[in-house]
Design a protein around this ligand. Structure first.
Ligand code: UDP
Length: 238
């Protein structure tokens, strides 16, 4: 039995590296686990929008670092990678009977709808899971920032950021440091904890009073736990 949800409309950010699991690009076990959890929450009547990263296929900034090629082109490939992940998630959820729509930040009309804010909200109200592909549609941004932007646009009550680790570590997770339970937006930015969440994204969430929960997506049941407001991972807010 699932707990009573604390939030009615949520924006779930899934990092690309989480989808990779033990596979090279996408681990079917991970996508099915995520799809099952989302299906359960969808049945509770929680409105779910999703932003997925793309690093499991392509990371713009590391490509630029190793080749010296221009960032804008590399980022376009990165954004298309996020659309591939979006389609995979969509297919996995539809396989479980969840109604979904993918909306892309730039037109890919044969593959998905274009992003239209009011239409996205309408889908959510009808109980469909909306997956936003293509990040913000702009190079030099991240899918964390896309998550903060779309969450602000659709009035989501929280950004749930699912990752490979248990939350925000003060320092290097490999050093076995404890997870921070709670941190303010300001302290998060001051400490430069950008490996856990992009600082631009945190700033946007702060401006729009949207709390962020960073948690481990590989632990079954964690999305529901995060939703029910249980202490899980790291809460970033005022
Ligand atoms: N990207 C972009 N603009 C955006 C979102 C993403 O240019 O608004 C590109 C960028 O190259 C980035 C890649 O898409 O490296 C994948 O996104 P991100 O690194 O945020 O994915 P994640 O780390 O969550 O897998």
């Amino acid at each position: 039995s699932l707990p009573i949800p604390r939030w009615r409309r949520v924006l779930l950010k899934i990092s690309g590296s989480t989808l990779a699991g033990n596979a090279q690009n996408v681990d079917p076990k991970v996508t099915m686990l995520i799809a099952r959890e989302i299906a359960a929450i969808n049945r509770l009547g929680v409105e779910i929008a999703i932003i997925v990263g793309g690093r499991n296929f392509f990371c713009g900034s590391s490509w630029v670092g190793s080749t010296g090629l221009d960032r804008a082109s590399a980022d376009q490939i990165g954004m298309m990678a996020t659309i591939m992940n979006s389609i995979i998630l969509q297919a996995s959820m539809e396989n479980l009977g969840v109604q979904t729509r993918v909306q892309t930040a730039f037109k890919m009309a044969e593959v998905a709808e274009p992003y239209i804010r009011r239409r996205a909200i309408r889908h959510l109200e009808k109980g469909r899971v909306v997956i936003f592909g293509g990040g913000t549609g702009n190079p030099f941004f991240s899918t964390d920032t896309a998550a903060a932007l779309r969450a602000s646009e659709i009035n989501a009550e929280v950004v749930l950021k699912g990752t490979n680790v248990d939350g925000v570590y003060d320092c290097d997770p490999r050093k076995n440091n404890a997870i921070i339970d709670h941190i303010s937006y300001r302290d998060f930015a001051a400490k430069g904890l950008s490996t856990a969440m992009d600082i631009t994204a945190i700033t946007l969430c702060e401006d729009n009073c949207i709390p962020v929960v960073v948690f481990n997506l590989h632990e079954p049941g964690n999305i529901s736990r995060a939703l029910s407001g249980d202490q899980i991972g790291t809460l970033i807010d005022q």
